[in-house]
Design a protein around this ligand. Structure first.
Ligand SMILES: [Zn+2]
Length: 287
């Protein structure tokens, strides 16, 4: 069964730890993350971007795969299936497909429109028992040509969106998606603290978790971050392990070309990354 992220994040905020959102791309990814969460007795959020949903043949395919896997693998820890950076239309599709959690990223709209659309989705999600994440202050990425610092949200706008009744709030605090550039200025803890002061119990979300130093992660958690998104780091560890396998010529030995063998080292590498993150975030044993 899939659950809303509300309870796990409320507990995380109270307990001063964070739950990881790990994005999935295929069966191996999903299996690696679910098995690691179960092994470590950690709650977990599976993130699905619209692009990944399309790649996996649609949100219904994703929901059915994840639900079946939770059952077949006897996963007992809380699992939320979450749309990552959803458009307004994508959010509606995921609600229909049976996702248990939605992110509506209205950060590119003027604040009034972001509020209007977020409010409508808050009502729908509340009625259906789903959690909803909203975003204020766009979080950039290398692909958007952002160099140096990411955007920083206006704490007053954060308060306005939080007051709409969203479950958790993502705010730009200098974080960036993907790899961080050499000259990155670091997280803006003053902004994070100001947001926390205004939004109180609201679990805050840190996007772009790849490559943020451990001490910054810990400080962010101490200032109210209860959900941290990890995507690129699993991709990098999967790619490195797969490259190593092929460069060692293992795909040419015996039945090494069998996808179950070819993808095995990469899958193990994802598990290792997820484990490291869950330990760093403090969610181990919290399920
Ligand atoms: Zn993000």
């Amino acid at each position: 069964m899939l659950v809303s992220a509300k309870e796990m994040l409320t507990k995380a905020k109270q307990g001063k730890y964070a739950v990881g959102q790990f994005n999935i791309n295929n069966l191996e990814w999903t299996k690696a993350i679910l098995l690691t969460a179960e092994e470590l007795k950690s709650p977990v959020i599976l993130g699905v971007s619209e692009g990944a949903g399309k790649y996996m043949c649609g949100f219904k395919t994703v929901t059915n795969m994840v639900k079946a896997m939770v059952e077949e693998l006897n996963i007992t820890v809380p699992v939320a299936l979450h749309l990552d950076h959803g458009s307004y239309e994508g959010a509606k599709k995921c609600i229909e497909a049976g996702f248990s959690s939605i992110m509506f990223d209205g950060s590119h709209y003027p604040i009034e429109e972001n509020i209007e659309k977020t409010k409508e989705l808050v009502d729908t999600c509340n009625r259906l028992g789903l959690s909803l994440e909203a975003e204020v202050g766009a979080i950039g990425g290398e692909e958007d040509g952002v160099i140096g610092g990411g955007e920083v949200a206006d704490p007053k706008e954060c308060k306005m969106i939080a007051d709409l009744g969203v479950t958790m709030l993502a705010a730009g605090i200098g974080n960036i998606h993907g790899k961080y550039p050499e000259n990155w200025a670091g997280l803006s803890f003053d902004t994070l603290d100001a947001i926390q002061q205004l939004t109180g119990d609201m679990p805050l979300v840190l996007h772009g978790g790849t490559g943020i130093p451990a001490d910054m992660i810990k400080k962010a958690i101490s200032l109210g971050v209860s959900k941290i998104n990890v995507n690129t780091e699993c991709q990098l560890s999967f790619a490195a392990a797969t490259r190593k396998y092929i460069e060692a010529g293992k795909d040419l030995q015996g039945k090494g070309f069998d996808p179950r063998k070819l993808l095995a080292d990469g899958t193990e590498a994802i598990k290792e990354t997820v484990k490291e993150k869950m330990e760093l975030f403090g969610s181990v044993g919290k399920a």
